[in-house]
Ligand binder design. Sequence first.
Ligand SMILES: [Fe+2]
Ligand SMILES: [Fe+2]
Length: 263
Amino acid sequence: MNEYLNRGIKEIITEFPEIDGILNDYEISCGPCSVGTCLLKDIVTIHRLTKDQEQELMARIAKAIHPGKDIKIPEIEKRTEVKPKEFRYAPPIKKLVDEHVLIKRWIGLIPQVVDYCDLKTEEGRQLILDGVDLIRSYADKFHHAKEEDILFKYFDENSDIIKVMYEDHTRARGYVKAVLDALDKGDETAISENLMAYRELLTEHIKKEDEILYPWMDNNLSTIQVGKLYSQFTKADKEIGFSPEKYERFIINLEEKFKQKEK
Ligand SMILES: [Fe+2]
Ligand SMILES: [Fe+2]
């Protein structure tokens, strides 16, 4: 069983497909991941399972790999005992989690934006431009830049989990570019498809960061690093050159507008 701890999870799932279902029972979804070369031992550590959950999960995986055999369950070394779903982030990480809230409010509005959007009107076109501005300025320059240029540098950027995050950011930028191209052509269908694809991607991306990546990073940062990170974030925010509050006002107005329409 020990040899499997150091094998890529996708490779293990290909050989033993039922393991994908077992992992899903612990809200670990490796199937849709585009990289998927994380090692089995990292999967267990990164997802912050309790000791009991880890033992139970490993027992089920061992049974799937060696059916009918009594296998000794290996211990994953260097783990911190955690309570699942109880995330207490250090201040700089909490800042990123808080920034996700506005992005989540925006992606929550996308279905209504898509329904409402009428490119024949100036108002409809402006709504798409304003949404794209929020994504490019707030989500990308203000938020993703702090992740890519500062936070991720504290870790091995070649690790699979960080590569997945970079890949998500790149795909998101691709969807936004496609929205603008479609706006130029007046193609409402393509705008709608790309905004909805962005919504789906970012929903999963933020969940992965809030529940998996950030807690894992938080656990691995020293107190000195946390302090340094906080001052780097503060400096980056000061240098951004625009007021993030502007985007909060945009969301509040849009939420209000759609609420009025529902009445
Ligand atoms: Fe991110
Ligand atoms: Fe993020």
